[in-house]
Design a protein around this ligand. Structure first.
Ligand code: HPA
Length: 278
């Protein structure tokens, strides 16, 4: 069963079409902390601030611009969400529901989410990239709480699309970018995790910790979008090194790793075999 049409999404998509933002797109991207600079690589950009799109959230975190940018990357049309709304801002795990609904309304291209994360993988230190293979929801939240339709019972097997993951791993190989892999544990934040929480997440099978992405993957699957997610490791998770995470460090390190993400994306999009969803 697929998600019903949402009048808020219809209104938002109508405004975007009137501003010249129209599919088909080869890829939709959500730029996490430090990755907003990807927008500068987009050619012939059409930029619409979230504040000018009905029902869009404000991206209220420093380092998140809050703009939709449509244009070309490596010669292919892409839709970039420069900044996201997080559940920890207002307690709304469905804060990205309208933006992701717009992805479906504008042709349902594959969706690539990016985030900053703490790592529990010894080989993946600050500055590394990791492909998320699955998640563990430790937040107690879910973006589909309150959704009345039976589409809310979303299966989560292979939620992180295996074919997209294979394409990303191949693109990493072609572009010389080392891509680790791991399970992401979603904590609500905004406080960082305690060392005991990180030890618990590790014992449960997590490799990465962060405060975003998992609710967007749930929403994407609800909407029938193919989705993959990439973590920029900005720090060792609390207790996994002598240092302690901070928002400033997260922004600085993510901005450095952004160049690797740009190379990886260019290699992905340059592959003629990488086709948008039907
Ligand atoms: N924990 C949660 N979120 C994060 C971290 C972390 O260690 N680093 C960057 N985002």
């Amino acid at each position: 069963m697929s998600a019903p049409d949402d009048p808020r999404v219809v209104a938002a998509a109508a405004v975007l079409r009137a501003r010249g933002v129209e599919g088909p797109f080869a890829l939709a991207l959500v730029a996490g902390t430090g990755l907003g600079g990807l927008a500068e690589a987009i050619e012939a950009p059409r930029i619409v601030p979230y504040g000018e799109i009905p029902h869009f959230p404000a991206a209220g975190v420093s380092g998140h611009a809050g703009r939709l940018v449509a244009g070309h990357l490596a010669g292919r049309p892409v839709l970039l969400f420069q900044g996201r709304a997080h559940a920890y801002e207002h307690g709304d795990a469905a804060a990205m529901r309208v933006p992701l609904g717009v992805v479906r309304a504008l042709g349902a291209p594959p969706l690539l989410l990016t985030n900053a994360a703490g790592s529990m993988l010894p080989a993946a230190g600050p500055g590394s990239l990791a492909l998320i293979t699955d998640h563990i929801n430790l937040s107690g939240l879910n973006p589909l709480i309150g959704e009345p339709s039976d589409a809310r019972f979303v299966p989560m097997r292979d939620a992180y699309d295996p074919a997209l993951r294979t394409a990303l791993a191949a693109a990493a190989g072609r572009s010389g970018v080392v891509l680790h892999e791991g399970v992401y544990a979603w904590f609500s934040g905004p406080s960082f995790e305690t060392p005991a929480e990180v030890r618990m997440a590790h014992r449960l099978g997590a490799d990465l910790v962060g405060m975003s992405t998992a609710p967007e993957v749930i929403l994407a699957r609800f909407l029938g979008l193919r989705v993959a997610a990439l973590s920029l490791v900005t720090n060792h998770a609390e207790g996994f090194s002598d240092g302690t995470p901070s928002h400033g460090e997260t922004q600085r390190v993510a901005a450095l790793a952004a160049q690797d993400v740009a190379r990886l994306l260019a290699a992905l999009l340059a592959d003629p075999g990488f086709a948008p969803s039907p």
